[in-house]
Ligand binder design. Sequence first.
Ligand code: SLL
Length: 256
Amino acid sequence: MANAERVRVRGLSIFRPIIWGNSATLLTREEREKVPAEHTHKWTVAVRSATSAPGSDIVGGADDLSHFLKRVSFKLHETYPNPMRNIDKPPFEVSETGWGEFEVHIKLFFVPESGEKAITIYHHLKLHPWSLSGEPDSVPPLEVAQKAGPIHSWQYDEVVFNDPYQNFLTILTNNPPTPLPHAKTNGRTVPFHHANPTSLEASKGGVPEFTVLMEKDEAERLEKGKKAIIAEQEKTRAMLIAREKELERLQKMLNG
Ligand code: SLL
């Protein structure tokens, strides 16, 4: 590599939005005949660009990330044969069938031009519905699951490249990410999410999609939560004052 290419552009940070996570579906009776008897679900764990392709039924993945990702390794539970799965070209994903949830160790390896070290992230493979019934980890009847659609568990993040090498910067700027849509498109929904596990739209089983609206929604949720806490504090304070007055009155009665 020419020396000029190894020059870092100081003070510059370039980020790339990515998502990681999984989707999972309960196997149909026919599908179950072709897999080990105890397998109940098929799932896909993936690392993708954050924006979804228009009209696509997969979460994220509009952009090819291979200009900065060289390899994604997915370390599965040791009950799987060859649990270490190295994926060297897109789509960076692994599809399997199984019966249980577990922690997937995901390691991102960057292209040599980046000069970046690999990073490891962890994803809890989600097979079971976000406890709509209050009963965790229960396998719903097939008809119910089919109606509800696939389970989705996705995490948004941004890979940040600080002081990038000049030649890597060129690669990055030649591959700009597709911006997130401002609002829901195609009537699709934001991903399932601890904050709204019973979201009506989620339960309709649409394919979730990340949007910039999510950030606004989250800010609004925080603001609402803050207001609720302040209101609760005010109520408690008023009650305390009333009780103190009552105590004072009773003490006066006793003394008097
Ligand atoms: C559990 N701690 O007990 C977890 C482990 C492992 C899931 C879940 C393997 C399938 C196969 C499979 O589904 N493992 O044997 O091919 O819930």
